[in-house]
Design a binder for this molecule. Structure first.
Ligand code: NAP
Length: 333
């Protein structure tokens, strides 16, 4: 099987190249880049020295690839997707371009869509929610990183009638790789180190994506989402607060995720316990006196939040075992 990574010089592209280069079913992996065209892949990703020897090339469609991963900024994927689908190739888009299938909602938070007819064709690539649909899909909208962590922490609760699901609070912290490879002052070590920096406190674009997917399960669900930039390179941790009554919430999560290969219900959810892996660790607490449920959900933003989940989707689309190529474990200590 041949895979092409478009935008392969960036962070999610680099993670895909790393994962795919060891994937037992992938015979060839190639990558495109404008900045590194004609240069060796390890020039952008030195961790792949002696692992991936090819050169970056210019993007000219799918070529002989069976599957194409788009690791581009939003609005750029939608320029490539129609032609790719017409050529018969399977596409996994890591940008936000196809994640919100309602054109009006998408355009409210992003921009005019160039091919809105494809919004309904795309399958939202959260395997824990849409496994059966992903298996038959030709276009996958890979979920946002913050969104993955929030959804996995909230989906099991969508049927709980005594919880106040209209006022969910999601307090998120992310490492710097969530912002991509391009340096800015905001991401400068002097600004990030020894610091916690809330940003887009109100109005981050992942809030409507979380709401949109949750409302497909419970029309009343609504989150209030605030992200904070934290001084580590990779990882997301979200502390989710919901008020109301619930019986044995740990059991609800354990039952929901008992058969899921990449979701672990744990007593302590930390970034370090999931970093470099495709796991999402979820810890659940309930304060009986205050009737407050607290769910702590941690993922590696570049793996379960992006490239690992994309490979999980590829495995499902191609009929491979869901965990193939994704069995790397987190490190301890
Ligand atoms: N970082 C995360 O944790 C994360 C998680 C989930 C989803 N995502 C989403 O995944 C996508 C990629 O994210 P990333 O973090 O990998 O970004 P990134 O590190 O900035 O990489 C994006 C790559 O796309 C190429 N590119 C940039 N502008 C382009 C343009 N106008 N036309 C064509 N190519 C262009 C660049 O490569 P060249 O300049 O070499 O061509 C760049 O290396 C984004 O949509 C992002 O929102 C990111």
């Amino acid at each position: 099987m041949k895979a092409l990574v478009v935008g392969g010089s960036g962070y999610t592209g680099g993670e895909l190249l790393r994962i795919l280069s060891l994937h037992p079913k992938v015979d060839e992996v190639t990558a495109t880049s404008r900045t590194y065209e004609g240069r060796d892949i390890p020039e952008a990703h030195p961790n792949l020295t002696k692992v991936l020897n090819g050169k970056f090339r210019q993007y000219k469609g799918a070529g002989d690839a069976d599957i194409v991963f788009l690791c581009l900024p939003h609005t750029k994927s939608m320029e490539a997707v129609p032609e790719l689908l017409n050529s018969g190739v399977k596409v996994i888009d890591l940008s936000a371009d196809y994640r919100i299938s309602d054109k009006q909602v998408f355009e409210k938070y992003y921009c005019i869509h160039k091919n809105p007819e494809l919004l309904k064709k795309a399958v939202y690539g959260l395997p824990e929610l849409n496994r059966a649909k992903i298996k038959k899909a030709s276009l996958i909208a890979n979920p946002g990183c913050y969104v993955t962590s929030a959804l996995l922490g909230l989906i099991p609760l969508m049927g709980e009638k005594k919880l106040d699901l209209e006022h969910i609070i999601v307090d998120a912290k992310s490492g710097t790789s969530g912002a991509g490879v391009k340096p800015t002052q905001f991401l400068h070590a002097s600004e990030v180190a020894d610091n916690l920096k809330p940003y887009k406190v109100i109005g981050h674009r992942h809030q409507p994506e979380i709401d949109f997917i949750l409302q497909g399960l419970n029309p009343n669900a609504s989150v209030n989402f605030t992200p904070t930039l934290a001084p580590f390179s990779r990882g997301i941790q979200e502390t989710i607060h919901i008020f109301g009554e619930i019986d044995d919430p740990v059991k609800i999560f354990e039952k929901k995720y008992a058969k899921e290969p990449f979701v672990r219900v744990v007593s302590e959810s930390t970034v370090k316990n999931v970093a470099f892996s495709n796991y999402c660790d979820i810890a659940v607490f309930y304060d009986n006196e205050k009737q407050r449920l607290v769910v702590v959900s941690s993922i590696d933003n570049l793996i379960k939040g992006a490239s690992g989940q994309a490979v999980e989707n590829m495995n499902l689309m191609m009929g491979y075992g869901e965990t193939e190529g994704l069995q790397t474990l987190p490190y301890h200590p």
